[in-house]
Design a protein around this ligand. Structure first.
Ligand SMILES: *Cc1c(COP(=O)(O)O)cnc(C)c1O
Length: 428
């Protein structure tokens, strides 16, 4: 069996160096805390990037996982029917108002499927056939995405990810993506060329891009423009969906219904799962053989996800997220008032918040870790707060106190003033 004490104090060079990780080795978790092998506890304001929505070691997850293991039904492939995935699809349909669900294993993979589905949809609407040649539908393959967008690291989802540093070393990525600025609605309207564009992909609240919400009115405009032009509206709620904002989906308050809705991170409480939810109109253009996955929607992961989604979608649970989200917002506004030079802006909704600083965020994240608080950046200057949805008011206050201390210490040691610049290790 695995012995944590055998792990070296410094990370092994057997692992590919695509991450820069701090030293603590986490060996267990409890609620909103992770515990390292020295027994030190860290309050988790990241949830492993919005994944561990029920925190660590939640009894519902343990029960669902243990039952599935004890039954000996972990995997069958999609050659055969199993129960949990079917029940989960029905539950997600109820909760979101979408019609059909395709399961896979990650956000990037789900976005990849969403891009494929929107192309097939555009093509079928144009009367495309396998034998056909150069119908107009064949040219309607373009994608519009936003400045600051993050949709994944695969060749399609990467193509729709804005940061050039992520794309440039691997080009050519999927062709046909154009980026527009969400703060310029006229440019979005113009970019949505009905002849050429198959999909508009939108994070209702950008995560990696700095916790930037799209205003509801703009979401509704985008819904109207895309509907009128036969363009699929794809909402990427991989990070902001599944209860994070206090409603099951982040776009709920806008009243729109997308053509394709993409969920992933928290779906299975820490086990890998992604889901692509489709309208019947898009679903009707897809047929056996068009897409597939070996692991997606398997009975183990789906059984855990069924427990997680059932819990999160309880009205009282979502009510609690909204209440604690408001508490967090009030506290952040007070914090911003105490540090007008250091804090430029506070953004976000529910338990998804970004605090934009006047400086690099990495030293603050590093200092917070030393103090026993886990934080993550969103872009170079924004601290991102994504606690487990089960966080308590007391834990919110405790974490924010530690974060404030870390900010003050970094500001102080960077040359006295709150305007001094700090450098340090790159963010995650
Ligand atoms: C994390 C993320 C993805 C990619 O998910 P992976 O599971 O890492 O592939 C896609 N879109 C958004 C909005 C994300 O936050």
């Amino acid at each position: 069996m695995f012995d944590p004490q055998q792990v070296s104090p410094k990370e092994t060079d057997a692992l590919l160096g695509v991450y820069r990780r701090p030293d603590p080795v986490f060996v267990s978790g409890e609620g909103c805390e992770l515990i390292d092998r020295e027994g030190r506890r860290y309050l988790d304001f990241t949830s492993g990037i919005g994944v561990s929505a029920l925190g660590h070691g939640h009894p519902l997850i343990r029960q669902a996982a243990t039952e599935a293991i004890d039954r000996g039904l972990v995997h069958t492939s999609n050659l055969y029917r199993t129960g949990p995935g079917e029940l989960l699809a029905e539950l997600l349909r109820d909760r979101t108002g979408m019609d059909r669900v395709f399961f896979c294993n990650s956000g990037g993979e789900a976005m990849e499927a969403a891009l494929k589905f929107s192309r097939k949809h555009a093509r079928m609407r144009a009367g495309w056939t396998l034998e056909g040649g150069d119908e107009p539908g064949y040219r309607k393959t373009g994608v519009i995405a936003f400045h600051g967008a993050f949709h994944g690291r695969l060749f399609g989802s990467l193509a729709a990810t804005h940061k050039a540093q992520y794309r440039a070393p691997f080009e050519p990525v999927m062709p046909g993506v154009s980026f527009v600025d969400a703060s310029d609605p006229a440019a979005v309207d113009t970019a949505l060329d009905p002849e050429r564009i198959a999909a508009l992909v939108v994070e209702p609240i950008q995560g990696e891009g700095g916790v930037r919400p799209i205003p509801d009115a703009l979401l509704r405009d985008m819904r109207r423009w895309t509907s009128d032009r036969g363009i699929a509206l794809v909402l990427d709620e991989v990070q902001c969906g599944v209860g994070r904002t206090g409603t099951f989906c982040a776009h709920e308050d806008s009243g729109i219904r997308p053509d394709i809705l993409v969920l992933a991170k928290p779906l299975a409480g820490g086990f890998p799962m992604g889901a692509v939810l489709l309208s019947e109109d898009v679903a009707s253009s897809l047929h056996p053989g068009d897409h597939g996955t070996t692991f997606g929607g398997g009975p183990f992961t789906a059984a855990v996800a069924l427990a997680v989604v059932s819990e999160i979608s309880r009205p009282a649970f979502l009510e609690g997220v909204r209440a604690r989200g408001q508490h967090l917002e009030r506290k952040l506004q007070q914090l911003a008032r105490r540090h007008p030079g250091l804090i430029r802006e506070v953004r976000g909704r529910g338990l998804m918040r970004g605090i934009e600083l006047d400086r690099e965020v990495a030293p603050v994240v590093a200092r917070a870790l030393e103090k026993g608080l886990l934080l993550v950046g969103a872009g170079p200057r924004t601290v991102r707060i994504l606690p487990p949805l089960v966080i308590t008011d007391e834990e919110i206050v405790r974490g924010l106190d530690l974060m404030e201390e870390a900010m003050e210490e970094v500001a102080g040691s960077a040359g006295g003033g709150v305007t001094g610049s700090a450098t340090g290790q790159a963010g995650s």
